[in-house]
Design a protein around this ligand. Structure first.
Ligand code: GDP
Length: 571
């Protein structure tokens, strides 16, 4: 669907603070350690969301608000942060939306393969992504996983080759990696000038200018635009020819001009790059160093220039509640029926349970009663909140394309569709991989049993790949997840957030079919490859989760309206 075709359908409410076309819902996806946290922090700094660098790594707030994340250096949570950006207005440098405030919602995606489900969940609700690679390590196997996930959801992407200040960083090699290992039609739009200690700035290929970031200003917020000369000029001209050709290969409008050898202006080329990127036929690549503050502002310009707004992408698909085989498009339209997807649950110390959601259509206001077609329950929305760095900002109304969190909705789990009134639509469900590892768990003191049960239940509600079961024969509580680290983090969170000291048995790799059998509700607990004998004894009951056909609660609450097979797919 073309951008203009959809745009004309989106009846933007005059009350919304930002027109939809000025909103970018993006994720920053990366292999662990590539610098996603540092880049996110810099983005929040340059957009004025935080006022001091180091806040993210201090664990004070923003996207890394869990203490253990700082310790482990892994961003586990998928917080959504809202910020705004005005493209840089510089003489001789064209951007497509110069001088107008743009809203960028950053949905944090975890980098570790154990949290693949979280990555998938975030990818479903965002419209575009910045994929970060390390300039030294290049494309690693785990980055390929993230890339494939983004392709599965047709997420338009920009690549940021980070750490160009490090010894051994090689921009051209990483671009080649992206082309060969990921089979992506990529070409540079922002090429690093200098490397390692001598990294100075970037060549803006489209505008044929050099951007030099200040070294004396440690925050890199000042920079200078210069004319290119000598070798840099030659390099920039070659890059421009390559970029134009690559984009013309996939964009008819540009191809016409290119073949006729007509002059192509910077903004004509940018518009073509935008079309090709949104159509998932081209990947713009930028290089720089988040840590050394070189290249982040130009990357933000590229995000606005090349990544889609919610109206530039095809309508989401939903299922008719009464006839699930019937697919209904959910058009981005403020005046349409309210349809949102809950993509992240979060327990906030001060506010309570937050349900992060993306509005696909319609609008919702504080005080409205939401309906959950899965549970058939109605609940009043007490507050609507947008996270702006470490601050919770109350909003009155959220419109189509918005990402926010609601307070007061206790019965939603990840993947639920939320509607108003009776709700006619279920959004296409995300699919999650089945857990691959299990272990028994018991509290160190009997008195903590109730706290453990409560903690496990909450954590399993938040995380669709974390399962809790009770062994019918021994009464042991068995937890299952995506890897050892995943289960370790669960134990840490139990300790920190629920004040439960628990000991666990040896993690066991579960046979796939036995996991399947358990999930299919055959009543038997997951069979372990090493047998249950190694667990030790636990006497504890944990309420069954409201998820999947294996859960009696889910079956009961849903009633007859949603077939079991469908529920299977949802969770
Ligand atoms: P994440 O795991 O992807 O979130 O990565 P982090 O942002 O936590 O970065 C991992 C490590 O790389 C940290 O020690 C950062 O300080 C460092 N780092 C991040 N970006 C850069 C960069 O541009 N240059 C250099 N030299 N180090 C960086």
């Amino acid at each position: 669907m073309s951008a203009t075709a959809t745009a004309s359908k989106a009846l933007s409410s005059p009350k919304r603070a930002f027109p939809l076309e000025r909103t970018r819902n993006i994720g920053i996806a990366a292999h662990i350690d590539a610098g996603k946290t540092t880049l996110t922090e810099r983005i929040l700094f340059y957009t004025g969301m935080i006022h001091r660098l180091g806040e993210v790594h201090d664990g004070a707030a923003t996207t890394d608000h869990m203490e253990q994340e700082r310790e482990r250096g892994i961003t586990i949570t998928s917080a959504a942060v809202t910020c705004s950006w005005k493209q840089l207005a510089n003489e001789g440098v064209d951007t497509l939306f110069t001088g107008v405030d743009q809203r960028i919602n950053i949905i944090d995606t975890p980098g570790h393969v154990d949290f693949t489900a979280e990555v998938e969940r975030s990818l479903r609700v965002l419209d575009g992504a910045v994929v970060v690679f390390c300039g030294v390590a290049g494309v690693q196997p785990q980055s390929e996983t993230v890339w494939r996930q983004a392709s599965k959801y047709n997420v338009p992407r920009i690549v940021f080759v980070n750490k160009m200040d490090r010894v051994g960083a090689d921009f051209a090699r990483v671009v080649e990696d992206v082309r060969t290992k990921l089979n992506a039609p990529a070409a540079p739009v922002l090429i690093p000038i200098g490397a390692e200690d001598d990294l100075k700035g970037q060549i803006d290929v489209v505008n044929q200018k050099a951007i030099f970031y200040s070294d004396s200003d440690v925050l890199g917020s000042t920079y200078e635009i210069r004319e290119l000369d000598g070798e840099l000029k030659d390099q920039a001209e070659l890059a421009l020819a390559e970029l134009t050709e690559k984009v013309a290969d996939v964009d008819e409008q540009l191809a016409e001009k290119f073949l006729m050898e007509e002059v192509i202006s910077a903004n004509e080329l940018k518009a073509a790059i935008r079309r090709a990127t949104i159509a998932n036929q081209f990947i713009p690549v930028a290089g720089g160093s988040a840590f050394k503050n070189k290249g982040v502002q130009a990357l933000l310009d590229a995000v606005v220039d090349y990544l889609p707004s919610p109206i530039d992408i095809p309508a989401a698909t939903g299922h008719d509640v009464d006839d699930l085989d019937k697919i209904v498009p959910v058009e981005t339209d403020d005046n349409g029926e309210f349809v949102a997807l809950a993509f992240k649950l979060w327990s906030d110390k001060f506010v309570g349970k937050l349900v992060f959601f993306r509005v696909y259509s319609g609008s919702i206001s504080k005080g409205d009663v939401v309906f959950n077609p899965r549970t058939r329950k109605r609940e009043r929305v007490g507050r609507l909140i947008q996270i702006q760095a470490n601050e919770h900002k109350d909003v009155e109304t959220c419109y189509s394309g918005d990402i926010a969190a609601m307070v007061g909705v206790k019965n939603a789990v990840t993947g639920d569709t939320l509607t108003l009134d009776k709700g006619n639509v279920l959004l296409e469900p995300p699919t999650f991989p089945e857990p691959v590892i299990s272990m028994a768990i018991e509290p160190n003191t009997q008195a903590d049993q109730e706290k453990l049960a409560k903690g496990l239940q909450r954590l399993s509600e938040e995380d669709p790949t974390f399962l809790v079961k009770t062994d019918e024969e021994t009464g042991q509580t068995i937890i299952s997840g995506m890897g050892e680290l995943h289960l370790e983090i669960i134990s840490d969170r139990l300790k920190r957030e629920y004040k439960v000291d628990a000991r666990s048995g040896k993690p066991q790799i579960a046979y796939r079919e036995s996991i399947g059998a358990a999930a299919n509700g055959e009543g038997k607990l997951v069979k372990q490859s090493g047998g249950r004998g190694q667990y030790g004894h636990v006497i504890l009951n944990v309420a069954p989760r409201e998820r999947g056909a294996g859960s009696t609660t889910a079956d009961k609450t849903v009633g007859g309206s949603i077939p079991k097979e469908f529920m299977n797919a949802v969770f």
